[in-house]
Every structure is written in structure tokens, then in C-alpha cells.
Design a binder for this molecule. Structure first.
Ligand SMILES: [Fe+2]
Length: 368
């Protein structure tokens, strides 16, 4: 009887923690229980792995939460002090990006040994991405994509990001579900031809020779050749033509104007954004405001202006009310982003609204 009371006492002291706050590699100094504190899930000192987290998720606990004692609760909540890479991984696990990235990596790996991309693999990721876009946590999404990438992860991340961004454009343009799926698929597969380009060229950390550049320029053709007739014509077309420019100066077919499909135009826009946002800079983090401002000011010639405006205006909506760190070290909140002066947002600090300028500017977009 006494034991039960003791148990009940312990239950009362337990605190609720969402499973998404746990991360691969963490070791808690106290036990972890189910939602009513009666079933011990993980013992103190035991290493939590990705598999454990997956198992906990599959249990279908109430609110996807587990219970831990005060000490372990504090440890979990201290995650804000963790190294940036670990924080990044938590966000990516929570968003489901890690799982999708692995699936993309798997079918990109298959391409290296096959003449065609397995349709079922591409279709499965396409469906997951399309489903995820509805009701998506945009803050987590932007934290997954707005990061410099490790060289060996470049293609899988880029493929997945363009799948998401293409799909978002489909929603913003109020396209029917089937079209959105095709757009997602085109984004996912647009650069798969890069698996046919020698790594010493693809990953060369230097300016390419003209000859090497000509080899890189073959990748949209390779991408389309890897897609057999199971793939919709609109997907194959967008994949082949994502580097065409409206003025006819693009490649591989030097198409211009109306000859470039809407899907190909959208893929080009998303491609530019993702390439810019992930670019490594020795100075400071690349801010989405600056990239979006440049896109709107037509600094990337050849993109469809009307579609670029749709992309930019919808993207800036998601940066309103976000916390930012200013050049003087103060925290602020984005109060307003002037649609025609995107890189000069109005920032609220201590109740005072002020527009950024050359001396006082945003250094970093922060998480909530
Ligand atoms: Fe490309």
C-alpha cells in the first residue's frame, strides 16, 4: 500500500514533455515514463536513440508526450544552450525533415546503379511532402531549409527543399491537388541528373573551367532522361527546362517566353531562392529579406516576374512577427515588411518601431 502512495507521489512530481523535445544521443539522469507515469519507458542513464524516439511516437501517447522528473525536465529544457548543429537536428527531426531526407538519399543512391528513377520511391516522397504542406509549421520549415549545407548533403537537401517550395507555390496559386503533386515531384527530381556528373566537377570548391561548366549544364537533360514514361509529361518538361530563361539565354534548349512551362518557371524561382539561402558566406548569415528583395528587384534575370511576385509576397508573410537579432545586439520583432522595400523591414524594439538602415540592420532571424 505504502509503495503505491510512494508511486503516486512520484507521479505527481512528473512533468510532461513532448516527444519532439527528445533528441538522438541524449542521456537523461532520470527515468522517463508514459503519460500516467506508471510505465517506465527509458531508464536513467540509458542513451536515447532515433529508434527509441520513433518507438515512443508509434505508441500513440496522449498529446505525443512522455513524463519525466524535474531534473530530467530541466535538462531537456536547457536545449537552447545546445550547439547549433544539435538544435538544428532537433528541428529537422521534429518537422519530419530527417525522415524525408533519408528517403530522398535512398532513391538518389539507387539512381547511381539504375537507368531510371524508381517511380514508387519518387511518388512516396511526393505524397508525403504534399500532405505535409497543408497545415505546415512554416517556422520549422524555414529553419530546415535556410541553412548552409554540408557538401555531401547538398543534392538531397536541395531536391527536398525544391519539392516543398514548388508545392507551396502550387498552394499559393490555388492549383488543384493533382497539379500540386506534379509540381512537388518536378521539384524533387529536377536535379537528379547531377548524379551523372563527376564529383570532382560538381563539388569543386573553385571557379569551373568553361569545359567543366558545359558538363554541369548537361544535368537537366540527364535528369529528364532518368524519368521514363511513367512520369507525367509536365514533370519531365519542368525537370528538363528548369534552367531555361524567359529571354532565351538559358539551357539546354534555349527556350524563351511562352515556350517555357509554368512548372519549369516555378521550379527556376524556387531553385534560385534555395541556392541563395544555402550559400556559404564568410561574412554573415544570408537573410531571407535580402534574397527576396533581390528576387523582386529582378536581380536574377530570366525569371517569370509575376510568379516571382507571388513567391516573394507569400514568403514575406511568414517572416512577419519573427524575432530578429539586430546589429547592435538587441532583439526585435519584425513589425512590417514593405512589399517594395523588403530588405528594410520595420522592427519593433522595446515598443519603438524603427526601419532598418545601413547602420542598424538585422543580423539574424531567430527562433521563437
Ligand atoms: Fe539544376
Amino acid at each position: 500500500m505504502g509503495k503505491t502512495m510512494e508511486e503516486e507521489k512520484k507521479v505527481k512530481k512528473l512533468k510532461k514533455v513532448p516527444i519532439r523535445y527528445l533528441w538522438d544521443g541524449m542521456v537523461l539522469s532520470d527515468d522517463l515514463y508514459n503519460e500516467n507515469g506508471k510505465v517506465l519507458f527509458i531508464k536513467a542513464g540509458e542513451r536515447i536513440t532515433e529508434k527509441t524516439i520513433e518507438q515512443l511516437r508509434n505508441l500513440g501517447t496522449v498529446d505525443d508526450c512522455v513524463m519525466v522528473c524535474e531534473e530530467a525536465y530541466q535538462e531537456i529544457m536547457k536545449q537552447k544552450d545546445m550547439p547549433a548543429e544539435i538544435q538544428q537536428k532537433i528541428v529537422e527531426d521534429r518537422f519530419g525533415y530527417t525522415k524525408l531526407k533519408k528517403e530522398v538519399q535512398y532513391f538518389l543512391g539507387m539512381i547511381e546503379h539504375a537507368a531510371e528513377v524508381e517511380y514508387e520511391g519518387a511518388e512516396a516522397v511526393t505524397e508525403e511532402v504534399t500532405k505535409k504542406i497543408q497545415g505546415m509549421d512554416f517556422q520549422d520549415f524555414f529553419r530546415c531549409i535556410n541553412v548552409p549545407r554540408k557538401i555531401d548533403e547538398g543534392l538531397q537537401r536541395h531536391s527536398l527543399n525544391i519539392a516543398f517550395l514548388n508545392g507551396m507555390m502550387g498552394y499559393w496559386l490555388k492549383m488543384p491537388e493533382e497539379k500540386i503533386q506534379m509540381l512537388v515531384m518536378a521539384g524533387l527530381l529536377h536535379d537528379i541528373g547531377k548524379t551523372r556528373i563527376p564529383e570532382q566537377i560538381l563539388l569543386a570548391p573553385r571557379k569551373l573551367t568553361e569545359e567543366e561548366y558545359q558538363i554541369i549544364k548537361k544535368h537537366p537533360v540527364y535528369s529528364s532522361e532518368l524519368l521514363d514514361e511513367q512520369y507525367d509529361e509536365s514533370v519531365r518538361d519542368a525537370v528538363r527546362h528548369h534552367h531555361e530563361k524567359l529571354d532565351g539565354s538559358g539551357y539546354p534548349d534555349k527556350l524563351s517566353g511562352e515556350k517555357i512551362s509554368v512548372f519549369a518557371r516555378i521550379t527556376s524561382i524556387c531553385d534560385v531562392y534555395d541556392a541563395m539561402v544555402s550559400e556559404r558566406s564568410y561574412k554573415e548569415e544570408r537573410l531571407p529579406f535580402d534574397i527576396l528583395a533581390k528576387m523582386k528587384a529582378n536581380e536574377y534575370p530570366g525569371l517569370d516576374e509575376k510568379l516571382t511576385v507571388v513567391f516573394v509576397n507569400n514568403m514575406i508573410r511568414h517572416f512577419r512577427k519573427r524575432k530578429v537579432m539586430m546589429s547592435d545586439g538587441k532583439m526585435g520583432i519584425v513589425a512590417y515588411i514593405p512589399p517594395n522595400d523588403i530588405n528594410h523591414p520595420v522592427i519593433l524594439t522595446h515598443g519603438i518601431a524603427k526601419q532598418v538602415n545601413r547602420e542598424w540592420y538585422c543580423k539574424k532571424v531567430l527562433e521563437e
